[in-house]
Write a protein that binds this ligand. Structure first.
Ligand SMILES: *[C@@H]1O[C@H](CO)[C@@H](O)[C@H](O)[C@H]1NC(C)=O
Ligand SMILES: *[C@@H]1O[C@H](CO)[C@@H](O)[C@H](O)[C@H]1NC(C)=O
Ligand SMILES: *[C@@H]1O[C@H](CO)[C@@H](O)[C@H](O)[C@H]1NC(C)=O
Ligand SMILES: *[C@@H]1O[C@H](CO)[C@@H](O)[C@H](O)[C@H]1NC(C)=O
Ligand SMILES: *[C@@H]1O[C@H](CO)[C@@H](O)[C@H](O)[C@H]1NC(C)=O
Length: 189
């Protein structure tokens, strides 16, 4: 059920993102195509706390493999300690929404792709699978900051078939959580 509604949301946002997709593909270079799935990458790079949350929310099934072009912002295990996971798991709806917020359904964006969509010292909004906007800021020195709480990318551009996993220092928060003290105090940024 959750999986099916996730897929329906996915299709809607593929359509909404077509414009961005075409802007993107016109400037895109041929991308490497690894033989690992997103689930494999989450395991290989020890993003197992994030993977277990996706699994508990039955969202791993969104990732079908070769045809996907997801951009996944995956927090490190340190960014999702037990207390944080317990807090998030206490509300399955908000957990599912927050996990879907870490995923752009299209593009398979490398950091280079993201940067080419943003002017230096400005931000761009990317539509997530959750449905709300994920702001990504490009700092003057070329670093990216993800979400309303400005998490950083600690390891960039891990290719999983045609999808890309960006490892982040913390969960990217949507605007409605950026001032949530329970989340800010239990989930490291
Ligand atoms: C769970 O989160 C949703 C969405 O944030 C909220 O509407 C709902 O009231 C919450 N449920 C509980 C039991 O706190
Ligand atoms: C991103 O979305 C926010 C909220 O709707 C808006 O205020 C902001 O201007 C948008 N930024 C860009 C670069 O479009
Ligand atoms: C870029 O600037 C930010 C904010 O000042 C800083 O935290 C970050 O370490 C800098 N990154 C690089 C690659 O210099
Ligand atoms: C995130 O970075 C933007 C741009 O530098 C800044 O305007 C905003 O206040 C920052 N937000 C937080 C929560 O630090
Ligand atoms: C979060 O709190 C800051 C500081 O009080 C405020 O400027 C900002 O508007 C708040 N953001 C949201 C989305 O409520």
């Amino acid at each position: 059920m959750i999986q099916r509604s996730g897929k329906a949301i996915f299709l809607v946002f593929v359509l909404l993102n077509l414009q961005l997709y075409f802007v993107q593909s016109s400037s895109e270079e041929a991308k490497p195509n690894s033989q690992e799935s997103i689930a494999d990458v989450l395991q290989t790079f020890e993003l197992t706390n994030f993977k277990s949350l996706l699994c508990k929310s039955q969202l791993l099934g969104l990732f079908q493999g070769i045809g996907d072009q997801f951009t996944v912002f995956a927090p490190t295990n340190d960014a999702l300690p037990l207390g944080c996971r317990q807090l998030l798991e206490s509300n399955t709806t908000s957990l599912e929404n927050l996990l879907l917020y870490q995923i752009i359904p299209i593009g398979g964006f490398t950091t280079g792709n993201l940067i080419s969509n943003i002017q230096p010292a400005k931000a761009a909004n990317f539509t997530t699978l959750e449905g709300s906007r994920l702001p990504i800021h490009l700092l003057q020195n070329g670093s990216l900051r993800i979400g309303y709480n400005n998490v950083s990318i600690v390891r960039a551009d891990i290719v999983a078939f045609s999808s890309v996993v960006q490892i982040t220092s913390g969960l990217a928060l949507p605007s409605y959580l950026v001032n949530n003290t329970a989340v800010l105090h239990t989930c490291p940024q």
